[in-house]
Ligand binder design. Structure first.
Ligand code: AHR
Length: 762
């Protein structure tokens, strides 16, 4: 029989704020998502810079016979330049907003708050009708009228009470004559905790239910993508642009290909954190855009550093301080108790590492209590990753932000990763991680990985990413919660996060596991075909040799269309080998890729100058799910001939460019332990056992402790490996309460194949 022995008296380390969430406005998770505003393009600021499909009238349509145009001569304010001008004819006419997704989800009996800024020409004297109209049959289900009183901008608001449930458009019509002007047209449903300018209830509740210890926001790449000028339309994410009157917040291009109104800004983020009991964890740009390698000169760092210092004052400062006063004026005299601050998001490039110390030192000099988080790039390894850790050690940052999206098999192969980290150095902030996919299999393997995080004592904070995806506007998968205009559901990964967060515990304590069976190992042997590949790039390969011998067709050129693959068919499948060739990029956007060990569901890849011609990386692809095994920044010059060498020896991959060794990495085997466990004690003295069985046989165990057990509460997540949740079956994969048999201080339990179990032992 397998045996798990709990030693609750042997405390290992505090679990602190281990589990949190990461919010980024990606997949329309803010506008059209968590931010409850139902009007899309409310201030007519949508622009081609956000998305080539946009114009100032995106999501607006004309009603009846009138002329509509977008004006900018008499703007509402300097940040909100454009407005709608309607030349009314005396017939019923106006505009409608079609909202996000397939329209606005309006629920019978609910109250919807509308507001807009309006002005008129002197000749216009009629009422303006604001109505919610069923988009299917054109029937109004709520309407109110407003008289526009002035030729100057004034704000008008009211409430629409829906008499039916329907998918609606918001219509603004009149039968007057002459000109009416509209701007900042807004419609809010009842929001989470009834906050003004608040959040969509079902989504906020799903997040609150997780009981996260912290929330990382507002990104992600959107923090550091854009222009260094804070006033630019596509500025990096500057928090000062996101507070105060929403009509005065500048519209922003998000790098995810849409417009951010910034209606969900820093004040709203702080409030939401408070509402769900999560500590705020903001991420600030470090005066650097790594996508364009654009950095503010050192002598211009002050405003960026001031942004950081002022943010701390805004969050924590006394109401007599400049920024504390602004917070109080916005409605929150009490501090938001900011403890954590991240500088940079998955940064690469020396420009970041040279600038980080300036931020760090200035913040620590004024606010030594703030725990600072450095960055280590977008991969779990490599040159930039090492630089990130070195920078954090040298500066004594409290945390280093690691990010990776990997195959489930990578997580199994690297389960013990954090056991090898230095317990005395900065702690890991695993600020973005996920296995590629939202099936139960992904969630199961993530759960096994999380048990190791808990035991390691070196991971201080961790959050799955990204959080939300609007199913009609997907930029990125996997995501924790999926939604459309009407519904939302948690993925299996959500339920794993929820089980682990709700049962995190205060301290990890020791336990031992005695298994009857050994771990199952697979993969990790590099054996297969060799393919050359270019992506949207034409390249010339010549003098291709394997182990010094020229291959039959050793000279070929790829063209620029899509992905071009040339297979070295006569070589067949090989394991240990040395491949050499000359490679020249002729045209295109990336360098060269050599696939090797190509088998049915597994291959490896050396990508030489990949994304944005910035990276050289060795990756594994298991069932088409990638994991980066080695990474360095490398750029390829067009027209230049490179000598490439790829050597595979006993599953160690070594790559050279022009004789310089770029990568040397040993590929790990995938390991499935008989059981993955962690143990913690909560603030009430209850013992928590998490057990994850990733194998396809049940795991029968006795669980012993030296304490007398009075009761055991347990829940389990179990499903077919490929099972998913959906709008139709939102809880297809969701935890169930289970009964656990115990006797005095011994539990006997069978952990079913492919299951996640959390026991609270009282
Ligand atoms: O989470 C999606 C993106 O992945 C984030 O913006 C970025 O930080 C990472 O590359």
């Amino acid at each position: 029989m397998n045996k798990i022995t709990l030693f609750p008296d042997k405390r290992m380390h505090q679990l602190g704020d281990l589990y949190g969430i990461f919010f980024e406005d990606i997949n329309h998770s803010a506008d059209g998502g968590l931010y409850a505003e139902l009007v899309q393009n409310r201030s007519f600021e949508f622009d081609k810079i956000d998305n080539w499909r946009y114009d100032h009238l995106t999501a607006w349509e004309k009603i009846g016979e009138c002329d509509i145009e977008v004006g900018h001569d008499y703007p509402l304010n300097r940040n909100n330049i454009h407005y709608l001008a309607i030349k009314c004819t005396g017939e019923v006419c106006g505009v409608k907003n079609t909202g996000f997704n397939d329209g606005m989800n309006i629920v019978k009996g609910e109250e919807y708050s509308f507001s807009f800024y309006g002005r008129r020409n002197t000749g216009f004297n009629n009422e303006v009708i604001i109505s919610l109209v069923d988009k299917e049959n054109g029937a109004p289900i709520a309407s109110e009228s407003v008289k526009i009183k002035s030729c100057d901008w004034e704000k008008y608001n009211g409430v629409l009470v829906a008499t039916e449930s329907a998918t609606c458009h918001l219509c603004i019509t009149t039968s007057g004559k002459s000109m009416v002007y509209l701007d900042d047209v807004s419609l809010f449903p009842p929001t989470y905790k009834n906050r003004e300018n608040g959040l969509r209830r079902d989504l906020a509740e799903l997040l609150g239910d997780l009981k996260p210890k912290f929330m990382r926001f507002p990104g992600g790449c959107l923090v550091h993508d854009g222009n260094l000028d804070p006033h630019a339309r596509n500025a990096l994410y500057r928090w000062k642009n996101t507070i105060g009157d929403v009509s005065e917040r500048p519209a922003r291009r998000s790098n995810w290909g849409y417009n951010q109104t910034l209606g969900l800004g820093y004040y709203e983020y702080f409030l939401f954190c408070e509402d769900i009991g999560a500590k705020p964890l903001p991420v600030l740009p470090a005066a650097y855009n790594p996508h364009r390698r654009d950095a503010a000169p050192f002598e211009e760092l002050k405003p960026w550093i001031d942004d950081a210092l002022d943010l701390i004052e805004f969050a924590n400062g006394d109401v007599n301080t400049k920024w504390g006063k602004i917070r109080a004026e916005l409605g929150h005299s009490e501090p938001f108790n900011l403890e954590y601050l991240a500088i940079g998001n998955e940064e690469v490039g020396d420009d970041f590492f040279e600038r980080y110390p300036y931020f760090h030192n200035a913040i620590k000099a004024k606010y030594p209590e703030i725990k600072l988080i450095g960055s280590s790039g977008p991969f779990p390894c490599g040159g930039e990753f090492e630089k990130g850790w070195k920078c954090a050690r040298e500066n004594k940052s409290e945390f280093v932000d690691e990010h990776y999206y990997v195959s489930p098999e990578w997580m199994l192969a690297n389960n013990k990763r954090y056991f090898e980290y230095d317990k005395n150095g900065p702690k890991v902030f695993l600020g973005e991680y996920a296995s590629w996919g939202n099936t139960f299999y992904n969630a199961l393997i993530e759960a096994s990985y999380m048990t190791a995080m808990e035991k390691s004592g070196t991971v201080g904070l961790a959050c799955y990413a990204p959080l939300l995806a609007n199913a009609d506007y997907v930029n990125w998968r996997p995501d924790l919660i999926w939604f459309n205009g009407k519904k939302a559901y948690g993925t299996p990964n959500y339920y794993v996060q929820k089980m682990f967060m709700a049962n995190q515990g205060e301290y990890a304590f020791e336990h031992s596991v005695e298994n009857e069976k050994a771990a199952v190992e697979f993969g990790g042997d590099i054996f297969g075909e060799i393919w050359f590949e270019t992506i949207h790039t034409s390249a010339e390969f010549s003098d291709v040799r394997i182990n010094g011998e020229p291959v039959k067709h050793n000279n070929f050129t790829t063209n620029k269309e899509g992905s071009q693959i040339v297979k070295l068919e006569e070589i067949g499948k090989i394991g240990n080998f040395e491949l050499t060739c000359k490679a020249k990029e002729l045209d295109g956007i990336r360098g060269f890729t050599i696939r090797f060990g190509v088998g049915k569901n597994l291959y490896y890849r050396w990508e030489c100058a990949g994304w944005q011609n910035q990276d050289s990386a060795v990756c594994s692809h298991t069932n088409n799910r990638e994991a980066v095994l080695a990474h360095e920044c490398r750029t390829i010059e067009q027209g230049r001939v490179y000598d490439l060498k790829l050597k595979v020896e006993n599953n160690t991959v070594t790559c050279y460019i022009d004789g310089e060794m770029i990568h040397n990495v040993k590929v790990n085997k995938t390991v499935m332990e008989p059981i993955y466990t962690s143990t913690a004690i909560d603030e009430n003295g209850n013992l928590i056992l998490k057990a994850v069985n990733v194998q396809d046989t049940d795991y029968e165990a006795t669980i012993e402790t030296n304490r007398k057990i009075s009761s055991v509460e347990a829940e389990m997540l179990k499903a077919e490996l490929n099972a998913e949740n959906s709008f139709e079956c939102p809880e297809n994969v969701s935890p169930t309460t289970i009964k656990v048999k115990f006797d005095s201080s011994v539990i006997k339990h069978s952990f079913p194949a492919h299951s996640v179990t959390v026991m609270v032992i009282k």
